[in-house]
Design a binder for this molecule. Structure first.
Ligand code: ZN
Length: 303
């Protein structure tokens, strides 16, 4: 199943929606209309009973655009797509989760995930422009996990059963703020407006041949800057769900940014940062692609 946020409305879509390099128009099915109001229009409310929504949607597959006399088909285009999970109760982000980004001596899997949050106000749609709010704005393509069921003390074998789906994400960061002060300010430097584009749609794990091994590629103005597979993550999705749920409770509709592979601009020599006008493309095989254009913003003064 593929679920999108189309102009703020929960919508079922096909695999063409958000496929890399494609911007519509496509069509989808409006969930509230197709269900006769059994399910609401708010994409976040989908997680109130995700298993019921998925069961209903699987029954719907065989039907045409008319559902019990109601026209459920809607037009979808890239500019109407919002973040599939617009108001997650918790946003968890993991650092240093690929061997390629960790110094060779420390490339073994960490005993604990390195964890921070991106405040939910930074979440943006898959094609939203990103204000370049500083001189050191950097890219980080990441697989984003969406929790579908309340998870506390969940083992690795059951972990995927608690996952609603996967999205592409960008953990955009302003490195000067991230590194400012006596200790790093990850959450602050990574939560400016539009610093968390996600989407283009939420894809359920059963749509993917192997949800533990997906190809990621990130480009700036067409140049490949990051390329890896999610099977290279030091802490896999099942391990993250086990470790996190052993300590905290994961709630339906939470999202987890799972870390980025080698290639962010601050690790390059010379360092490279995003400039107004540059186009950031982020793709994950089987899920789709984000395209975010960097736009100029009045310079801020950081004190
Ligand atoms: Zn990150």
């Amino acid at each position: 199943m593929r679920v999108a946020n189309v102009g703020g409305r929960l919508t079922l879509v096909g695999p063409e929606v958000g496929s890399p390099g494609s911007f519509g128009p496509w069509s989808g099915r409006d969930v509230e209309r197709a269900s006769g109001g059994r399910f609401g229009s708010d994409p976040q409310a989908a997680f109130a009973d995700w298993p019921a929504l998925m069961h209903w949607a699987s029954q719907l597959e065989a039907h045409a655009d008319m559902v019990d006399g109601r026209v459920a088909s809607v037009a979808v285009d890239a500019s109407a797509l919002g973040p599939p999970v617009p108001r997650p109760p918790q946003v968890i982000a993991i650092g240093a989760n690929y061997g390629s980004t960790v110094r060779a001596a420390a490339a073994a899997a960490p005993s604990m995930p390195r964890l921070f949050t991106k405040f939910a106000s930074c979440l943006a749609g898959p094609f939203t422009d990103v204000p370049v709010a500083g001189d050191q704005v950097d890219w980080e393509i990441e697989l984003v996990v969406v929790i579908g069921r309340h998870a506390h003390d969940v083992g690795e074998a059951e972990a995927w059963d608690h996952v609603a789906g996967l999205m592409v994400g960008q953990d955009i960061s302003e490195r000067a703020v991230q590194m400012a002060g006596e200790s790093p300010q990850y959450s602050l430097g990574k939560s400016f407006p539009c610093f968390g584009p996600t989407g283009p749609v939420l894809v359920t794990p059963d749509e993917l041949p192997d949800p533990d091994d997906l190809a990621l590629v990130c480009r700036v103005d067409g140049e490949v800057v990051q390329q890896a597979r999610t099977s290279e993550m030091l802490l896999s999705v099942p391990v993250l769900v086990r470790q996190l749920s052993a300590l905290i409770t994961l709630l339906p509709g939470d999202i987890i940014f799972t870390g980025t592979p080698a290639g962010p601009g601050f690790t390059l020599d010379p360092q490279r940062y995003l400039q107004p006008g540059e186009v950031l493309d982020s793709e994950i095989g089987g899920i789709g692609g984000l395209r975010n254009v960097m736009v100029r913003q009045r310079p801020r003064v950081f004190r």
